[in-house]
Design a protein around this ligand. Structure first.
Ligand code: FAD
Length: 500
């Protein structure tokens, strides 16, 4: 309620926010999380909480009248659908040169993502975050993150025989025939549940075409792990459908946090201000960076570092599809949960880590789809636009060229060996490379640059950054394990030294 005073306020309930909430509440601190999305705990008229990918409705999409699927086309047809405007789970936030997909709701990205839980390569982690003690990370905080997230691996015997992963086996075979290494990838989707789905014993989710608009079962999203544990302490309050718009020093001590309450169609129905002793920014790379850049430019937090807004990257994301021969089918039945990757990261000529992605269309497509994380060194910045009052992101689509070249080196070789071609009908009417969007926004408030070495915002005691904004642009693998473990490390230090 307006006028309240709270000890700790967390903006956002994704990975950074959920870790912060759990560790603060376990330390006995009353913690208030403010989340602009809804809580995904109540079924709709069809008895389901989330809608599937092949029959999306308003629950799919954040405040838009149309879905905006990453694979937007198929054989010359656009496959997006009209939906009612609603606070749906997947947002595609549009900047001039890139679209950024993000999850919305209690659990943030964990609601919409593919669950791939990958610990980054140690040498690369040490290169991007040299100020972080990597022994501590790899001995304590990565294991802690993986355990609390509920990461598991697929039963490899089952993987080899199930029709649901034929697409991954075909992707592996074609990569290996060209000399590329492949690797199994851990996930937070419960693979034992998936086996029961395949056996017809439980309701299908990962085998039922559900993932980017939410999974009705199987996936251990943050609301089932970190946030459920935090809630069990009795010290957690989550306020949904509230969007933080301003954080300003309060008279006396602490910070005034202004927020807009929205209804399920996104209309602002109230504006409130509460005062917090400590404020943890966990609105995601984009959300946190936008808030801080605006606060600095508007003179509300003028002493923030000039590094705020800098160092943003798309984790090198490039998507592409190949057309296999008819004797290399990918299967009409496909699990939505990826579990295999091509690991070519150590090859300086083509450094990529590519997820072999499903394309669960319900029919045989012969397509091998990949989400490549390339070692693209390009970065961009967030800047306040005084004309529009909004924050722009400087990323230009041409900055993807280096990433495309790296991915092309790998997939050209596979195509050459197999005598196959790219699919040009998946990302537009004729467009090979899915380079106009990212799933993996990182940076904008980089650790030990825009903040101190633990996420404290310089010049403003009691303000912290806890999310993907801390990670400098590219972590070489799917990012949520990195974000979670870094948040575990930082909150450990902050509770020990700042919270008394
Ligand atoms: P987020 O998880 O984005 O959480 C931020 C939260 O803050 C959101 O809930 C948002 O609604 C809320 N918020 C934002 N602004 C405000 C505000 N002003 N006021 C109140 N609340 C606010 N990563 C992997 O590692 N493996 C994968 O398999 C994978 N697959 C993906 C698939 C898809 C479709 C997408 C979209 C992402 C995927 N990712 C994956 C990326 C991963 O989900 C993100 O890296 C991760 O969620 C980022 O965590 P975060 O804590 O930085 O922010």
């Amino acid at each position: 309620n307006s006028g309240d005073r709270v000890p700790a306020l967390v903006i956002g309930s994704g990975y950074g926010g959920a870790v912060t909430a759990l560790r603060l509440t376990q330390a006995g601190i009353d913690t208030h999380v403010v989340e602009m999305g809804r809580s995904w705990d109540t079924p709709g008229a069809d008895g389901k909480i989330f809608c599937g990918m092949l029959n999306p409705d308003k629950r799919s999409t954040w405040l838009s009248t149309s879905t905006d699927q990453p694979v937007s086309n198929f054989m010359g047809f656009g496959i997006n659908k009209s939906v009612d405007k609603y606070v749906g789970v997947l947002d595609s936030e549009k900047f001039s040169g890139i679209k950024v997909y993000q999850g919305r709701g209690v659990g943030g990205g964990s609601l919409a993502n593919g669950g791939m839980a990958v610990t980054p390569k140690r040498a690369w982690f040490e290169e991007i975050l040299p100020s972080v003690d990597s022994n501590e990370m790899y001995n304590t905080f990565f294991p802690r993150a993986n355990a609390t997230l509920g990461v598991n691996t697929i039963d490899q015997t089952w993987f080899e025989s199930t029709p649901w992963y034929q697409f991954a086996r075909t992707g592996r075979k074609t990569a290996q025939r060209s000399g590329f290494a492949t690797t199994f990838v851990p996930n937070v989707y419960d693979f034992e549940y998936m086996k029961k789905e395949a056996a017809g014993q439980v309701t299908k989710s990962g085998l039922g075409g559900e993932v980017i608009y939410g999974n009705n079962a199987g996936k251990k999203s943050l609301d089932k792990t970190y946030l459920a544990q935090a809630s069990a302490t009795g010290k957690l309050t989550i306020t949904t459908l509230h969007r933080v718009t301003k954080v300003a020093p309060a008279a006396g001590a602490g910070y005034d946090v202004t927020m807009e309450q929205i209804d399920e169609q996104g209309n602002v129905v109230a504006t409130k201000t509460v005062t917090a002793d400590k404020v943890f920014f966990a609105a995601g790379s984009v959300g946190t960076s936008k808030l801080l850049v605006a606060m600095k430019a508007q003179g509300i937090l003028p002493n923030l570092s000039g590094e705020v807004g800098e160092g943003w990257g798309n984790n090198g994301n490039i998507m592409v599809g190949r057309a296999n021969h008819m004797w290399d089918a990918t299967g009409k039945d496909q699990a939505t949960i990826p579990t295999m990757g091509i690991d070519n990261w150590s090859d300086p000529a083509a450094p990529i880590f590519a997820e072999i992605a499903p394309l669960p269309a319900g029919l045989e497509t012969y397509v091998s789809l990949y989400l490549a994380i390339t070692k693209n060194p390009e970065r961009a910045r967030f800047q306040f636009n005084s004309g529009t009052g909004k924050v722009d992101l400087s990323w230009a689509q041409s900055q993807n060229q280096k990433g495309i070249d790296m991915a092309k080196a790998v997939f050209d070789k596979i195509n050459q060996k197999e005598g196959t071609i790219y699919r040009t009908d998946l990302f537009g009417v004729v467009k090979t490379w899915g380079d106009h969007f990212t799933y993996h926004p990182l940076g904008g408030c980089v650790l030990n640059k825009a903040t101190d070495n633990y996420g404290r915002l310089n010049g403003y005691p009691g303000l912290y950054v806890m999310d993907g904004a801390l990670v400098p642009g590219n972590t070489g693998v799917n990012p949520f394990v990195t974000i979670t473990a870094l948040a575990e490390r930082n909150i450990d230090k902050i509770i020990a030294t700042d919270m008394h």
